[in-house]
Design a protein around this ligand. Structure first.
Ligand code: HEM
Length: 454
């Protein structure tokens, strides 16, 4: 059963007054928040200082700023997590310094490219489940929510490939629960409505319930049917670290927290990328056809084999271009431990520094015709000319994403398989509205209908 000892208080959520997300709400809660940020960034030459009563937030958007904060002076900048602790616990994504290195080291091997071939059949098996579900939607013609569909796929991939477990929970239910919590705007509305004594849409009790469900998931996964008793899985690596007498910090709580981290950091981002890529492809049918043609040229009518994945290069470029236009993590937040000077801009100890990767991804300084969907910009010859740190979907430096390469394999396979069988048709407003919270989400979701491929 769930271990309910995790200390958290829903009253210290993302939308609380001390939270950076709360402070950024006036900027983000606009019709087109990214245009507002880009205009401000232009006006202030890439550095937007926000001076508040007792603290300063500095928004940075140039590649050279990212290089300073994430790479060359990374030790001066610690991670900022605020109300996301209930989601991630004390997993490595939240920890700094020597302990972070110690916790990451035993897990690194699970993400080495030589492991991916082993994961391949499990990724394909998760895609097969999704195709069976979509076959039903194709016959009913009902409208579905794409981010939920892609999240449930990504969660099944993590369970099967990384944990060697059958999918043991209803991912649609869990997705809804966690989303209730992570939606920053929800928190703010609870707070404001509570203050005005109005009826609230979501109560602290709802948030607590959502988190109860979430905390129970790692135990549910560990207790689920083992798929193939593989020797080298991420879960086995976590358990080995727990059993290591020389590593007392890696206790059972750490195993649970690391699993929670993978089940969210490793799924929501991957799911948003796939959902946004289907949205873009739905607007660019010629690119959808090109993916199908590439799949046919590489695999004929058969399913892809592991040794063919590298050849699906156009499909991969579509995914890369999607992460440029819609970076799932669009803002990287750090706290300055000491004073710094970033290209002549003074940073003081305690300042919160936000790297707006979205802005560099959309800047005409670094990309031709930046708003155009053009997967070919990731072709090797053109990619070589890219300015370093102008494209950071997985961040950079030592705290860069551990699962970036894996996520691109997951999404390449998912696109190829789903598009060879179906035509997902986006049926929401164009352009889709943005909901920039911790992740880069569509406002109100991405409604689709699934059509069989004629
Ligand atoms: C498109 C998919 C993905 C995107 C865009 C993405 C993005 C990121 C970014 C930007 C960070 C750094 C955050 C920061 O510095 O504040 C990060 C860290 C991390 N990601 Fe990913 N991620 C993706 C997929 C995955 C997958 C598939 C996994 C694992 C299954 C994963 C696990 C992690 C972990 C554990 C960290 C923390 C690393 C550390 O602090 O040492 N991510 N991710």
């Amino acid at each position: 059963m769930a271990d309910m000892t995790v200390a958290y208080s829903p009253s210290h959520g993302l939308g609380e007054e001390q939270s950076i997300w709360f402070k950024l709400t006036p900027l983000l809660n606009q019709e087109n928040p990214m245009q507002v940020l880009m205009a401000l960034s232009d006006k202030y030459n890439g550095v937007i200082p926000i001076n508040l009563k007792n603290q300063r937030i500095v928004l940075l958007s140039e590649p050279a700023h990212a290089e300073r904060v994430l790479v060359s002076n990374a030790d001066n900048y610690t991670k900022y997590f605020d109300g996301l602790r209930p989601i991630f616990g004390n997993s490595m994504i939240t920890i700094d310094g020597a302990l972070w290195q110690k916790i990451r080291t035993p897990q690194q091997a699970a993400f080495h490219p030589n492991m991916f071939e082993e994961y391949f059949p499990y990724l394909m098996s998760a895609i097969d489940s999704k195709m069976a579900r979509w076959a039903k939607f194709a016959s009913t013609g009902e409208t579905i929510e794409m981010v939920e569909e892609t999240w449930t796929l990504a969660a099944e991939m993590v369970c099967k490939a990384l944990f060697d477990r059958e999918m043991p929970f209803n991912p649609h239910f869990v997705f809804q629960q966690v989303k209730t919590y992570t939606d920053v705007m929800n928190h703010k509305s609870i707070r404001l409505k509570n203050q005005r004594g109005e009826l609230v849409e979501m109560t602290g009790e709802d948030t607590a319930k959502a988190m109860e469900v979430w905390h129970s998931i790692p135990d549910t996964v560990m207790g689920a049917n083992i798929l193939d008793h593989r020797e080298k899985t991420l879960l086995k690596m976590l358990e080995a670290a727990e059993a290591d007498p020389n590593f007392p910090e890696f206790d059972h709580r750490q195993v649970i927290d690391e699993m929670k981290q993978y089940l969210w950091a490793g799924t929501e981002t991957t799911a948003l990328t796939l959902a946004w890529s289907l949205y873009l492809l739905s607007q660019h049918p010629e690119a959808m056809e090109r993916i199908r043609a590439e799949a046919h040229a590489v695999c004929g009518d058969a399913d892809p084999e592991w040794n063919q994945v590298q050849q699906l290069s156009y499909t991969r470029m579509v995914i890369q271009e999607t992460m440029r236009l819609f970076p799932p993590i669009w803002a990287l937040i750090r706290i300055a431990a000491g004073d710094d000077d970033i290209q002549g801009h003074k940073i003081k100890a305690g300042d919160k520094v936000v790297i707006l990767t979205y802005i560099a991804h959309h800047s005409p300084k670094y990309w031709d015709d930046p708003e155009k969907f053009d997967p070919e910009r990731f072709a090797p010859e053109r990619a070589k000319k890219r300015v370093k740190y102008s494209y950071l979907p997985f961040a950079a430096g030592k705290r860069a994403c551990i699962g970036g390469a894996l996520s691109q394999i997951e999404n390449t396979l998912a696109l190829v398989q789903l598009l060879r069988r179906f035509t997902p048709e986006y049926v929401g407003p164009v352009p889709a509205k943005i909901h920039a919270t911790v992740t880069f989400c569509p406002k109100g979701g991405l409604p689709f209908r699934i059509r069989p491929l004629s």
